[in-house]
Design a protein. Structure first.
Length: 437
């Protein structure tokens, strides 16, 4: 099986991701504070089922991932004769209102992610196990991916498609022109930010208008300051948001905000990425999908990343944020045979190769030909393979109601008023107690 240089994600690393924690779930607590069904009329599917079509719920409305999926679904139709009816919604709406979508008339197959939220939806009966699919395609994936995609009972509930790390992205040409060095620790990082400010750069590009990008910064700061185990326990409601440990994360973030691009609450992640692309900002903490904002060729070749640096020597920098994107199966699908056919195809090396040829992420299928991977993809696979622990991202590692109704607005409130740490952490803890019980 061809692999990029280095190792693919190790079973030890991925199995130490957020798969082992559980929190009692119920339909009542799932939707506490969630969006109502009336607010999601445009996201729910409608119409009589077509036996020659499979309905798919998509969050891929950006040009590059949309094109990549169009290519995949065209190949699926050529092979099976089945059409994929895509019900596409922008990522922010999709993720924030997924609860209501699943309560309504969801599509037979829908885009989702490995992690706590996937187990949550299956546990309350809004998604179905797909062990029958995994029995056929399981050899396409490592044991680590299988574990990351299982529920608490060990049943597979997610079909993995691709993954990508979050890291600190930069342009090598900017670093070389200014004599910058890759930072190894907090002191190096702060010195680098000061040097960038002295040369007129925004040290850290930042866009928080979408609600979720700032979660990645929090995740890394928490894992670097308090460690991976504390972070995952916090996400599961087993640590207190008003603890001194969490306050220390916000205090450190407050100290670093002066290096962040101003006006973040009015800027999308794409606009922040463009400031990096245009040489206005020196770095950007984001996922590998930032490469979508860089034209293929010389522009994308002048994009690189480094691991989020160490902040606490006793903890190190071994934890890596590397979400797994994939698919879930609706409970009681309208076209069950068609849905199964689509999932089998999406699990194939053929489908995943078609996708990453257009959107250069890292395919989950171990049989995918990686000889065409660019340097960012190769380096991404190596970073994840060498990680001590892997987190999935805040809005995947915690409960959906907490992520959407607490974390997003409270993190945005912090960015608007970083002096309100005590009030913000107290509010988050009070709401966590209500949600987690």
């Amino acid at each position: 099986m061809p692999h990029p240089p280095g190792k693919m994600p190790s079973p030890a690393a991925l199995s130490r991701s957020s798969g082992g924690l559980s929190t009692p779930l119920s339909r009542r607590t799932l939707f506490k504070g969630g969006a109502g069904l009336a607010g999601l009329a445009g996201l729910s599917a409608c119409g009589a089922p077509d036996p020659n079509a499979v309905r798919y719920g998509s969050r891929s409305t950006e040009a590059i991932p949309k094109e990549a999926f169009d290519n995949v679904f065209a190949a699926f139709k050529a092979e099976t004769g089945l059409t994929v009816d895509v019900n596409a919604t922008d990522p922010n709406t999709y993720q924030e209102q997924i609860n209501s979508y699943l309560q309504g008339n969801p599509d037979d197959v829908f885009a989702w992610f490995a992690g706590f939220r996937a187990r949550f939806f299956e546990d309350v009966g809004l998604a179905a196990p797909m062990t029958h699919i995994w029995d056929e395609v399981g050899d396409n994936f490592t044991d680590a991916f299988r574990t990351a995609c299982q529920n608490e009972a060990g049943q597979e509930i997610v079909l993995p498609f691709y993954y990508y790390p979050w890291a600190v992205f930069y342009r090598p040409s900017v670093f070389e022109a200014n004599g910058y060095s890759i930072p190894e620790n907090l002191s190096d990082f702060e010195s680098l930010c000061e040097d960038m400010q002295d040369t007129g750069l925004n040290p850290i590009a930042f866009g928080a208008a979408d609600g979720w990008p700032q979660m990645g910064t929090f995740d890394y700061l928490n894992m670097r300051i308090n460690g991976y185990d504390f972070h995952i326990e916090l996400m599961a409601g087993q640590q207190r948001w008003d603890s001194e440990e969490v306050k220390a994360v916000f205090e450190q973030w407050k100290d670093l905000l002066s290096y962040h691009q101003e006006g973040a609450l009015g800027r999308t992640w794409q606009e922040a990425a463009q400031s990096l692309q245009q040489g206005e900002s020196g770095m950007y903490v984001l996922g590998l999908f930032v490469n979508q904002q860089f034209a293929e060729g010389e522009d994308r070749e002048d994009l690189d990343f480094f691991n989020f640096p160490e902040f606490n020597p006793s903890i190190g920098a071994g934890a890596v944020e590397a979400p797994i994107d994939g698919f879930m199966l609706r409970n009681d699908p309208e076209n069950p045979d068609g849905a199964d056919d689509l999932l089998r195809f999406l699990a194939s090396a053929q489908a995943q190769q078609i996708y990453v040829d257009t959107d250069p992420q890292i395919a989950a299928n171990v049989e995918t030909d990686t000889s065409g991977y660019d340097q960012l993809q190769i380096k991404s696979a190596e970073l994840v393979a060498n990680a001590d622990n892997i987190s999935q991202f805040m809005d995947r590692d915690t409960r959906p109601d907490f992520a959407a109704t607490v974390a997003i607005p409270e993190l945005q409130r912090f960015l608007a008023n970083p002096e309100a740490i005590t009030d913000i952490t107290s509010s988050m803890q009070a709401q966590a107690e209500s949600i987690f019980g």
